[in-house]
Write a protein that binds this ligand. Structure first.
Ligand SMILES: NC(=O)c1ccc[n+]([C@@H]2O[C@H](COP(=O)([O-])OP(=O)(O)OC[C@H]3O[C@@H](n4cnc5c(N)ncnc54)[C@H](OP(=O)(O)O)[C@@H]3O)[C@@H](O)[C@H]2O)c1
Length: 231
């Protein structure tokens, strides 16, 4: 049974992915700042902040020890905040970077060490179309995800010798709490810039992660796959 770590599994896309991959026969270990209000067979939940370097190291070491390694990492935990750049306090930018960039960095590094030992691994990070589309009102969020995309491409090179691939999926809007505060007009405008003009669904994301984590995808690394025809 392959072991998969997914971050941010309390709700939204992360919860869907936890349920989906347990259903596909994976051993799934999830995490988020709060406890999960659901239980699944072959699912374990850690309560931590992905930006907490020590807590992440501790979790990853205990998962690798208990399960004899980690095969797959889905770095899904993320937060957003929409505001005009001129009205965005630095504390908001720091909060967003702490989760999206530092959290992704922490998990890539710690899980990367466990994967390097076993000389195998699949890492998928979470980008967003807000970065390539340069969406107004999302300066901090888009910049944080641009950093995630660059980190993905760079560490793909450093981890290739260990047979670890590192890629990212860049979703379009998907109806979760993350975008609850965004007006319908804004979402419609965004969707109209996509080649394929519809909301993203959970299955669009698992379709990409399914492809990237399969053993046969061993020649695909450093790629950021945007959905909906955004490039
Ligand atoms: N929904 C969209 O339209 C969309 C579009 C493009 C990209 N994405 C990306 O997809 C990913 C998932 O988004 P979503 O829509 O599912 O968001 P969501 O519904 O708001 O869920 C976010 C999840 O991450 C966890 N989380 C947040 N900060 C955390 C932290 N510091 N440490 C640990 N866990 C944390 C939350 O649990 P706790 O609150 O318990 O910590 C929750 O489980 C994000 O990376 C997001 O940027 C989403």
């Amino acid at each position: 049974m392959e072991t998969m770590v997914i971050t941010g599994t309390r709700k939204g896309i992360g919860r869907y992915l936890a349920e989906y991959y347990v259903g596909k026969g994976y051993n799934v270990i999830g995490c988020s700042r709060s406890a999960a209000d659901y239980e699944l067979e072959n699912y374990e939940h850690y309560e931590l902040d992905v930006a907490d370097e020590k807590a992440v190291g501790k979790m990853v070491r205990s998962v690798a020890r208990d399960h004899g390694g980690i095969d797959i990492l889905l770095n899904n935990a993320g937060i957003a905040s929409m505001n005009h750049f001129l009205l965005t306090p630095l504390s908001t930018v720091e909060r967003i970077f702490a989760t999206n960039v530092f959290g992704t960095f922490n998990f890539c590094r710690e899980v990367g060490k466990a994967m390097a030992k076993q000389r195998y691994g699949r890492i998928v990070n979470f980008a967003t179309v807000a970065a390539p589309l340069k969406l107004e009102g999302e300066a901090a969020y888009a910049a944080s995800k641009a950093a995630v995309a660059n980190l993905t491409q760079l560490i793909a090179k450093e981890l290739a010798e260990f047979n670890i691939t590192v890629n990212a999926v860049g979703p379009t809007p998907v109806a979760t709490d993350l975008i609850r505060g965004v007006s319908d007009d804004k979402i419609d405008d965004l969707i109209n810039t996509q080649a394929i003009k519809r909301m993203g669904e959970y299955r669009d994301i698992s379709n990409v992660t399914d492809f990237l984590i399969q053993k046969e995808s061993d020649f695909i690394t450093g790629q950021v796959i945007y959905l909906g025809g955004v490039s």
